[in-house]
Design a protein around this ligand. Structure first.
Ligand SMILES: Nc1ncnc2c1ncn2[C@@H]1O[C@H](COP(=O)(O)OP(=O)(O)OP(=O)(O)O)[C@@H](O)[C@H]1O
Ligand SMILES: [Mg+2]
Length: 373
């Protein structure tokens, strides 16, 4: 079997580190605080949430856990449906499901079957905002009335800012505030939006959760993990090969896992540097069409700018003369505009550090692909 998982819910034996993060977040929750988990895409937020849930289950803590991904939701109605769905799914065998739906009251959900997964899908036909308010309140009150502690993880939380109509932020805040038995993990990747929601004084969620920033997995720890995973499956990998993997994927979890997965599956016994190079090539080739397609979505100037950043790897002064002249990117004012547009499109990732901001191409494989053009 391949020990390098590519899905967020990774079994403990194949999950790399995150010991301190798990401990920290558990401590926040233990002390009654909600937690806001922030990191760039694909660092491992969702995986960490599942890992935390698994640890709680393993410790046999009396707590009910619900995970909700709201990425695909676009309004309050969707939100209520996915939350109700998550709750009813977890409580499947429980008598209480019935009382839960009774609590939701006059507004009966429509239950259909998901064409792909076969799982029941809920939707609501709310007529008025009063009904929406009522149902959300009923749902949260139901959780509050459980006899065990309840933790609800809401993944891709920034999405509520995109909702039309009723302000989800204000609504949720109103109903969450009085809860004493229910705690929340709010997770998201749009750093500015997330931080603003929880730290701006005029935001409904101001200071209602402890902010936790997830960093990359430590390089040394990751290197050891990769070696151990190969060894556990009676294979091996050379230190140079591991080094190359971590450099080339910038220790960005999803990309590191993907390349490891590929290398692992391609060797019978020992993986050497050459195997990694071949695997990396194959990954980029497979992405050719998808990456080329992105070109059509960008202006020539944006594409040129993005390629320049990829070639540099990391740029700390993207509007500085040195960078602009080297790649003939025009005036600083143009560069500033390109920078803003590409960051907004999540094609560039901005990283803040004590030494100032730096930029790189967000998708590591795309960056490596552009670099070769
Ligand atoms: N600690 C870990 N050990 C091993 N693999 C991991 C770990 N954390 C994450 N992964 C892998 O990396 C991939 C990306 O992680 P995950 O989906 O949790 O990131 P994310 O931060 O939630 O991303 P997004 O913001 O796009 O939702 C997962 O599919 C999983 O395979
Ligand atoms: Mg995620």
């Amino acid at each position: 079997m391949n020990p390098f998982y590519l899905i967020p819910h990774t079994p403990k034996a194949y999950f790399c580190d995150r010991a301190k993060e798990t401990e920290d977040i558990l401590r926040f929750l233990e002390n009654g605080s909600n937690v806001t988990l922030i990191s760039p895409r694909r660092y491992g937020k969702t995986g960490l949430i599942y890992h935390i849930f698994d640890s709680l289950k393993e410790q046999k803590k009396k707590v009910e856990l619900f995970y909700v991904d709201i990425y695909a939701t676009s309004c309050v109605d969707d939100f209520i449906a996915v939350l109700a769905e998550a709750v009813s799914k977890e409580l499947k065998k429980d008598q209480l499901v019935k009382s839960f739906f009774q609590k939701l009251g006059r507004i009966r959900p429509v239950i259909s079957q998901d064409a792909l997964s076969g799982e029941p899908k809920l939707s609501f036909a709310f007529q008025t905002d009063a009904q929406r308010r009522y149902s959300l309140k009923a749902l949260l009150e139901f959780l509050e009335s459980r006899h065990t502690r309840v933790i609800v993880a809401i993944d891709e939380f920034q999405q509520i800012r995109e909702y039309e109509g009723l302000s989800m932020e204000a609504l949720l805040r109103t109903h969450i505030q009085p809860l004493t038995n229910v705690q929340f993990i709010f997770s998201g990747s749009k750093k500015h939006t997330m931080a603003e929601m929880f730290t701006a004084e005029n935001s409904p969620f101001y200071e209602s959760a402890s902010l936790y920033t997830l960093e990359k997995i430590d390089r040394e720890v990751y290197a050891r993990f990769i070696g151990e995973q190969f060894a556990a499956q009676k294979k091996s990998i050379t230190p140079e090969a591991v080094d190359f993997i971590l450099d080339w994927t910038r220790c960005h979890t999803f990309y590191t896992q993907s390349l490891c997965n590929r290398v692992f599956s391609s060797v019978k016994k020992e993986a050497a540097l050459v195997d990694v190079l071949v695997a990396a090539d194959a990954i980029l080739k497979e992405n050719d069409a998808a990456f080329l397609e992105r070109r059509a979505l960008l202006t020539t100037k944006q594409w040129k700018f993005l390629s320049a950043v990829a070639k540099e790897g990391e740029v700390s002064e993207p509007t500085g003369a040195a960078f602009l002249q080297k790649y003939r990117l025009g005036a600083p004012s143009t560069a500033a505009r390109l920078l803003a547009a590409l960051t907004e499109k999540e094609l560039l990732l901005e990283t803040k550090s004590l030494n100032g901001n730096s930029y790189c191409v967000y998708n590591v494989f795309f960056s490596r692909w552009l670099e070769r053009m």
